[in-house]
Design a protein around this ligand. Sequence first.
Ligand SMILES: Cc1cc2nc3c(=O)[nH]c(=O)nc-3n(C[C@H](O)[C@H](O)[C@H](O)COP(=O)(O)OP(=O)(O)OC[C@H]3O[C@@H](n4cnc5c(N)ncnc54)[C@H](O)[C@@H]3O)c2cc1C
Length: 288
Amino acid sequence: MFDSVIIGGGPAAMSAALNLKIRNKNFIILAGNEKVTGLSKAPSIENYLGIKNISGKDLLSTFEEHLDNMGIEKKNEMAYNILSMGDYFAVNAGNNFYDARTLIIATGKAKNNLIEGEEKYLGMGVGYCATCDGPLYRNKAVAIVSENEEGEEEARFLSEICSKVYYLPLYKSNFQEFNNVSVVKGKPKSVIGNGSKITSLSTSEGNIDVDAVFFIRNVLPVNQLLEGLELDDGSIKVNRTMATSISGVYACGDCAGKPFQISKAVGEGSIAALSAVKYIDSNMEVKL
Ligand SMILES: Cc1cc2nc3c(=O)[nH]c(=O)nc-3n(C[C@H](O)[C@H](O)[C@H](O)COP(=O)(O)OP(=O)(O)OC[C@H]3O[C@@H](n4cnc5c(N)ncnc54)[C@H](O)[C@@H]3O)c2cc1C
């Protein structure tokens, strides 16, 4: 029986692991089958304190090196299902089951309803955070495909720095065109590129020539991982201790909501681990 199973392989999971290790807890990290996280595709990161400019790949290597130095290993296994067994949890990772008193979920943002080419061009024009990556497309044409009204805020922001913004609302929207922003009523079909960067977005109304497409999504299928996990606006509902609606289960990073940023993921990973430690040591839920 582990003290904790950490599910995820990104900054939130690694930060949680570091803190559990320092607190001498017995845990494993199920980091998924993917060799890379979305972050590894980030061309340039400029908003992580203390590091002026670094690629996502190099920042991840720095994190990995830290874990290696601490003797922490990640398992490249995907958690498919978790069963609540009363006072512990059984995590199904394919052929393996891992029992633990606590869970730390750090699975990152939802990746369902992807359109063709979206995953392939992630970091090569496809992005999920216009605030983070918008400045890379200064004076260029971009599209925003949004499942909710938050995309409108992103469109306003991008209209200030990009030459043209196409807004595709996938919800009932009254968003008005203004300045260099056009509203496209069609549905996105595929992201088209030349292998190294995107060139256009194919929609049911025709092709739009763009250098970037930002997808603003709101569905997180993570509640299918563990029955009873409450969501809030598509993300796992947490309190300030990163406790979820299920006792002994903590969530951190992108799966616990916005902003989708590395510094938040790292901070929350550390809080989730410390809360799990308190829970393990006292077997009582941490009070706010
Ligand atoms: C192209 C790009 C550019 C970005 N640029 C910036 C930037 O400049 N600044 C910034 O602050 N942020 C940036 N971000 C956002 C940043 O990468 C995320 O906010 C951060 O990585 C979130 O960390 P996380 O650990 O919560 O999730 P992730 O980094 O998404 O990691 C989640 C991990 O969990 C794994 N996983 C998922 N489900 C399971 C499962 N069931 N079992 C096991 N493992 C699972 C996934 O494979 C993945 O490895 C960028 C993101 C992208 C994609």
